[in-house]
Design a protein around this ligand. Structure first.
Ligand SMILES: Cc1cc2nc3c(=O)[nH]c(=O)nc-3n(C[C@H](O)[C@H](O)[C@H](O)COP(=O)(O)OP(=O)(O)OC[C@H]3O[C@@H](n4cnc5c(N)ncnc54)[C@H](O)[C@@H]3O)c2cc1C
Length: 286
């Protein structure tokens, strides 16, 4: 479809983008990579009066480490997240999540900030973001605020971004060095979005007990979630096939399985348990 007429402005700084948003009185929309927004505009699901392009604002890309957290600029593309040396070294499951998003064109243009800000229940990043207590730095006219990812998405495409807010960075907890991590995704055959995506990070101490375990699940529920019941079932136990299988049966306790034309609630429930079990076996027994 042909989009409705709109104005286009390119912001040179975050401050300028914030003031353009203020001036637009709620009629302006931020444009980053455009790979989620432009399809909505083409279908006229959203009709912004003004597009405020932030894609060329300097210093909003790349990764750095500060106080045991890995911080990634909001405009870092999925391709750059997947190939960044720091990301691959410290949070390989994040690099893997980025590497399986869409196709090459999408990974070359789409951004981590745009992906998370969009609040799409079938996005890949939220699984690892929840597992590693990600925080978003969000800037508006009142300053910069750190917002935890847990609770940031309220429902499909509904987030806690405040008025005139722009996500400038996403930071992740760096897990202890003895842990292993993975991201497993069951691809939707038509769209390549995850039907289910599971991020798992876990480690075993010298006594052979699981002393760190985090599991995030995306794709199957209206809002991605952390599988706390699974984590509890594994904590301080020796990892065995039986234990992991039993724990994985709790993988949907913290979510609310959705249903659509492609997958029934029962199917999503089953798939989530299978993928959580596989992910945990890979990192704890593999
Ligand atoms: C065919 C196709 C397949 C895809 N497959 C996948 C997939 O498998 N997995 C997956 O996770 N995603 C997938 N995507 C989505 C893709 O990852 C997008 O790039 C991403 O969701 C949005 O990032 P963007 O930079 O393109 O944001 P945009 O499309 O520019 O913006 C998305 C929304 O976020 C807002 N926004 C953007 N940046 C910011 C910011 N910094 N601060 C505040 N608000 C902001 C915009 O106003 C808009 O509402 C796919 C997209 C397409 C078209």
């Amino acid at each position: 479809m042909i989009p409705a007429q709109m104005n286009y402005v390119r912001a040179e700084s975050v401050e300028e983008a914030v003031s353009l948003l203020q001036e637009s009185n709620g009629e302006g929309t931020i444009l980053a990579g455009g790979h989620s927004l432009l399809p909505l505009i083409k279908f006229r699901i959203t009709e912004p009066e003004t597009l405020i392009d932030i894609s060329r604002i300097p210093n909003l890309s790349g990764a750095r480490i500060e106080d045991d957290r890995l911080i990634i600029g909001a405009l870092t593309t999925h391709y750059d997240v997947s190939t960044n040396k720091l990301v691959k070294e410290h949070i390989p499951a994040l690099a893997k999540s980025a590497s399986v998003i869409g196709d090459l064109q999408i990974r070359n243009r789409g951004t981590i900030g745009g992906n998370i800000a969009h609040g799409d229940p079938v996005a890949d990043y939220p699984a690892i973001a929840l597992a590693l207590n990600a925080e978003l730095a969000i800037q508006n006219e009142d300053g910069v605020e750190a917002t935890p990812i847990d609770g940031f998405v309220l429902g499909p495409l509904i987030t806690m971004i405040p008025e005139n807010g722009i996500v400038t960075e996403v930071s992740f907890e760096i897990p202890p060095t003895h842990t292993k991590q993975t991201y497993l995704k069951f691809f939707h055959p038509a769209t390549a979005y995850p039907v289910v995506g599971v991020a798992a990070v876990a480690g075993v101490n010298d006594a052979g007990e699981i002393d760190y375990v985090r599991v995030g699940v995306t794709g199957v529920s209206d809002v991605a979630y952390r599988a706390l019941e699974v984590e509890e079932a594994l904590a301080n136990k020796q990892p065995t096939e039986e234990l992991i299988k039993a724990a994985a049966q709790l993988a949907t306790e913290d979510g609310d399985m959705g249903e659509d034309l492609f997958a029934s609630e029962e199917y999503r429930d089953h798939l989530t348990k299978v993928y959580v079990e596989r992910a945990l076996k890979e990192i704890l027994l593999g």
